[in-house]
Design a protein around this ligand. Structure first.
Ligand code: ADP
Ligand code: MG
Length: 262
């Protein structure tokens, strides 16, 4: 599962996502350069790196919302050619429809958003319960806190029960206590669903709290610098020695560009 320089093209059946030598440039900016790593089925993988290192570009490419200039992305062994119901995405800035209620926004994640059959109604109800928004079904986004908006975003991404959940700094705009609660809720959902998660953040503490494995991305251009396995039981205690040790190692790595020795 480890990061490679991308020489292998053999598909390992335990690999859910395979990223091989992916590059992406925007005019004069090279956002991603020769990025290769894989994510195992059911793995919780965090991608950490400074602002502008290409995290969103990478996630959008996995989602099929952006087409890299070079390399390939396989999901379950098949090349990504566009968005699909097997991948749900949670966006950094909520991306909710302001004119739709909580129920309406979540419903939009279903493959048949306009359908009000009992099954679809029941699914929306189930998702509202899952993310703890009972009582807010008819509220509009402007009446919700940041944490509640992001719960709606998560419920919408989960609506079709995707095999893969892609999350782009989803808790960057919520306060610390709400974020802690959302971490616990997300880990519960992940345990229940067994989904493969790629979670992007610039917050090392957040990555070590959540991940089985942390991929460290370096900026300018975005390249995979190293990977760290986080072999700690959950829930994780941030003051525990092992936790602090992982955070320190990743922090040191992020401050050390061009080192691929890990
Ligand atoms: P991150 O999510 O890590 O902050 P991004 O993937 O958003 O990084 O961006 C990586 C680099 O690509 C940045 O330098 C950014 O300015 C540039 N970039 C991203 N999207 C575009 C775009 N649509 N047009 C031009 N440059 C872009
Ligand atoms: Mg981003």
């Amino acid at each position: 599962m480890a990061l490679s320089s991308g020489s292998s093209t053999d598909h390992d059946s335990r690999e859910k996502i395979t990223i091989q030598n992916v590059s992406r440039s925007y005019e004069s900016v090279q956002a991603l350069a020769d990025v290769s790593f894989s994510v195992a089925e059911g793995e919780f993988c965090c991608v950490v790196g400074p602002s502008g290192c290409g995290k969103t570009t990478l996630l959008r490419a996995i989602a099929g919302l952006d087409d890299p200039d070079g390399g390939s992305i396989l999901v379950g062994g098949d090349p990504v050619t566009g968005p699909g119901l097997d991948r749900g995405m949670v966006f950094q800035e909520y991306a909710l429809f302001p004119w739709r209620t909580v129920r309406g926004n979540i419903r939009f994640g279903l493959d048949r958003p306009a359908c009000d059959c009992p099954d679809c109604e029941a699914r929306v109800r189930e998702l509202i319960d899952l993310v703890g928004l009972e009582g807010f079904e008819d509220a509009y986004p402007k009446a919700l806190s940041g944490g509640m908006k992001q719960r709606v975003g998560i419920a919408r991404a989960l609506a079709v029960d995707p095999e893969i959940l892609l999350m782009d700094e989803p808790f960057g705009s919520v306060d610390t206590r709400t974020r802690d609660r959302l971490h616990a809720e997300l880990l519960d959902i992940w345990t229940q669903t067994g989904q493969t998660v790629v979670f992007v953040t610039h917050d090392i503490d957040e990555a070590v709290t959540l991940a089985d494995r942390v991929i460290v991305v370096d900026a300018d251009p975005g390249t995979v610098q190293s990977t760290f396995s986080i072999d700690l039981a959950r829930p994780r205690e941030r003051t525990a020695r092992d936790f602090v040790g992982h955070v320190a190692r990743i922090r040191t790595e992020l401050g050390r560009p061009d080192d691929t020795s890990h």
